[in-house]
Design a binder for this molecule. Sequence first.
Ligand code: COD
Ligand code: ATP
Length: 204
Amino acid sequence: MNQQRPLQIGVTGGIGSGKSTVCRVFEALGAPVYEADKQAIWLTNHDPILKADIIRLLGPQAYDEAGHYNRRWVAAQVFSSPDLLMRLNMLIHPRVLADTQHWVDNYRDKPYVIKEAALMREAGNGNTLDSVIVVHAPVDVRIQRILRRDPHRTEADIRNIINSQISDDERLKIADYVLFNDERQLLMPQILQLHHAFSQTVPA
Ligand SMILES: CC(C)(COP(=O)(O)OP(=O)(O)OC[C@H]1O[C@@H](n2cnc3c(N)ncnc32)[C@H](O)[C@@H]1O)[C@@H](O)C(=O)NCCC(=O)NCCS
Ligand SMILES: Nc1ncnc2c1ncn2[C@@H]1O[C@H](COP(=O)(O)OP(=O)(O)OP(=O)(O)O)[C@@H](O)[C@H]1O
């Protein structure tokens, strides 16, 4: 396919909805995937200006003795303080957005690329995305999945994170497509349908 740029597709969803699971399937189908949350963490450890900004915002405990970003401690601070979370987001997101644009340039020959992120249009990501997929699952199912996957988190921790994120109703409003990852509907056929559609669409 000879086109100037790939379609940029966002994948978002609440904690435990199945964003990463969905992205692994897109990847197996040949789509490059940018994992914004993971890349954000990488930047907190490798971008010295960001590191200094985070220490200024949260204090030296944001990094452990070896100088690594202290995710558990930071999570305890920001997921119980909307103001701190917003300030942390404001430090991290401009860097993630810039990093994404460089990344996309590597894939001009692909029909579409995927950007997985906890925050989507609410973090300004929407400006560069052609479509947003919301992965949706009921809260109770998500909590059970996270309790199984992350033994260090309690149900109260998970509910705190859910309350720090936009509501399911708000998230569904920004969706161009919804993937239902509940226990009733099969995920694969839904993903395959989107893969075929994106593979045939030429960006405007
Ligand atoms: C807050 C931090 C320390 C929590 O780390 P921890 O290892 O405990 O959790 P993890 O990263 O697995 O995230 C837990 C859940 O919260 C979501 N999440 C991550 N960051 C955010 C955020 N800023 N706002 C809302 N939800 C978020 C994740 O998608 C996941 O669903 C860490 O996620 C972080 O530094 N986040 C800021 C980076 C960011 O803004 N990511 C989004 C980039 S678009
Ligand atoms: N349809 C499914 N059936 C059973 N388990 C699933 C399903 N979808 C996801 N899971 C499991 O649920 C857990 C959460 O899924 P995943 O990590 O993909 O969610 P996420 O939205 O990326 O999570 P986070 O918000 O924490 O980044 C994982 O252990 C995953 O294997």
